[in-house]
Design a protein around this ligand. Sequence first.
Ligand code: 6CS
Length: 312
Amino acid sequence: DTWRYAFEEAMDEVQGKYAQKFKEVIEANSDHEIQLFPYGTLGESADIMEQAQAGILQFVDQSPGFTGALIPEAQVFFVPYLLPDNEEELFEFFRTSKAVNEMFPKLYAEQGLELLTMFPEGEVGITTQEPISSPEDFDQVKVRVMTNPLLVESYKAFGATPTPLPWGEVYGALQTGIIQGQENPTFYILSNKLYEVSEHLTYIGHNNFTTAVMANQDFYQGLSDADKEVVQKATDEAFEYILEYQKGQTQASIDGIKEAKPDYTITVLEDEKRQPFRDAAAQVEEAFIEMTGDSGKGLLEQFKADLEAVKK
Ligand code: 6CS
């Protein structure tokens, strides 16, 4: 039989690479076939999530950036400066975190979803029309964010005017000036040519883009033990593959952007200038706890303990 798997990116972007590896392992170890649906073939992120919950899709990749309404705790990934910028620590966190690997599966299960894995896609950079080196520079700047209430809080705390939009509207909105900025990992800025509709790319070190892969829970629970094992094997192998795949990707993408647009400004904001943005994080963390109550508080505590455990 054929299993349907949709994701939010193109075939040659990170989620597509993960999905292709997953497919390869499933097909090499079982009689099942995986049919892949990249971004745009079945709608926006919210659409593919609905289809997975309804069982029309067996697998879906939806980033926590779009899961906030469904699972408010998933917004923990948008508390600024929470995830480490050290790649090895970050990868080890996703491998070992109890919050990610034990607590989140329970929350996804309440929504009919079997959480298979979460993985990082790269440090997030911010594209704008004018240079950004302080919260003051964000004044009156409309920055598109994924449809996630805590991301809205973050950009408010950074001094900007956050504008939640689905992905499909971002390029056009930048082109027509409805928004002046957006945030995404570097590979995505390159592959979607966002440098064509912006002048500056700034790294303030506030986050790494996290995504999540899940299965429809009724489908997963109905699998034989052997099939469940194959799904776990494919999940784990694709996870290690995608971390390896990303090593050096940010720098390669920066090089690609510079080649495509030599006069584009790329700035890694120095530590000292990051401080006001770091200071804003406390207020976002408070907003997270307000939105999620004891459940979110417990999750955040475990999340921090897991981060502490992987600190070099
Ligand atoms: O910004 C977005 O909406 C998108 N960014 C990435 C890196 N993946 C999928 C998501 O739709």
